[in-house]
Design a protein around this ligand. Structure first.
Ligand code: G
Ligand code: G
Ligand code: MN
Ligand code: NA
Length: 251
């Protein structure tokens, strides 16, 4: 298709970019991590549109390689600016996650770039992981064996049974932003948010509240015992340069 050819060209010519959004420790305001979000033409085409195209056209492996190279470059730039290591989390789609050789590719890329695994985190969607739990556990164990932290993204949207969640060797869960965006309008959304925070805490997982768009939302999740937050109220996704300027002192 036309978009596929344009994406192929964009990958070749460096027309993709990454935006970074901080994940904040609520009580201290400290930046714990940055989520990398891929952008094409400064966001004119949403990744919701072009990532699936990359998947069906076989470009997704090259896209992952590009993302890894780019965050590696960014980490290096941040280090040169004297910024203490801020881990960067990348999103991995269900298709990418299931590709044969996914872990091998990541391992090879880390090695080639002499990139420390503590600098990389991976966000997997709940639905991707639950699709084949045993296989997912195997892959996640290998990734964590490399030193990479794993987050379950968009949590609450899928259908994880609690017993499966307790079996997953993950580090954190990210509460799907839809629940938090609607917290003040829906008792159901609040009930789900509260339950996910309690569950994650009981399982000794880190819990991140996404979609924090207001002071009220931040206060609410904090009062429910959530310690980490991400959202437009705290900071929008920004270019790496801006991120370094805003958070370069590590606060
Ligand atoms: O910023 P936002 O509109 O960018 O992201 C839309 C969706 O695209 C989100 O679900 C996000 O996880 C996903 N996404 C953003 N960047 C990447 C990426 O590099 N790879 C994959 N697979 N998904 C991404
Ligand atoms: O699926 P995932 O959680 O990776 O998607 C992250 C998406 O959420 C990105 O598109 C990002 O731009 C978006 N996002 C980040 N913070 C907020 C927020 O506070 N409100 C809304 N509506 N979207 C957000
Ligand atoms: Mn994400
Ligand atoms: Na999410």
């Amino acid at each position: 298709s036309r978009v596929e050819n344009e994406l192929r060209r964009a990958l070749g010519q460096g027309e993709l970019s990454l935006a970074y959004q901080p994940i904040i420790e609520i009580h201290s305001g400290k930046v714990l991590c940055a989520e990398a979000l891929i952008r094409w033409e400064n966001g004119r085409v949403s990744p919701d549109v072009f990532v699936p195209i990359a998947e069906i056209s076989g470009l997704v492996g090259r896209m992952t390689d590009w993302v890894l190279d780019e965050i590696c470059r960014e980490q290096r730039r941040w280090r040169q600016l004297g910024i203490p290591l801020i881990p960067i989390s990348i999103n991995v789609s269900p298709v990418q996650f299931k590709l044969r050789g996914f872990v091998d590719d990541i391992e090879r890329r880390l090695r080639e770039k002499q990139f420390t695994a503590e600098a990389l985190q991976i966000e997997l969607t709940e639905t991707a992981v639950m699709d084949n739990v045993d296989h997912s556990i195997h892959i996640i164990k290998r990734l964590r064996g490399l030193g990479i932290k794993i987050a379950l993204d968009d949590f609450g949207k899928g259908y994880s049974s609690l017993s499966y969640l307790s079996r997953l060797p993950i580090d954190k869960i990210k509460i799907d932003k839809e629940f938090i965006l609607g917290f003040d309008q829906s008792a159901t959304n609040r009930a789900i948010t509260d339950a996910v925070i309690a569950l994650g805490t009981a399982l000794q997982l880190e819990v991140v509240a996404e979609g924090i768009e207001s002071r009220e939302a931040l206060d609410y999740v904090r009062e429910q015992g959530c310690r980490q937050a991400q959202g437009f109220y705290l900071c929008k996704p920004v270019p790496g340069k801006t991120f370094a300027a805003l958070f370069g002192d590590g606060t």
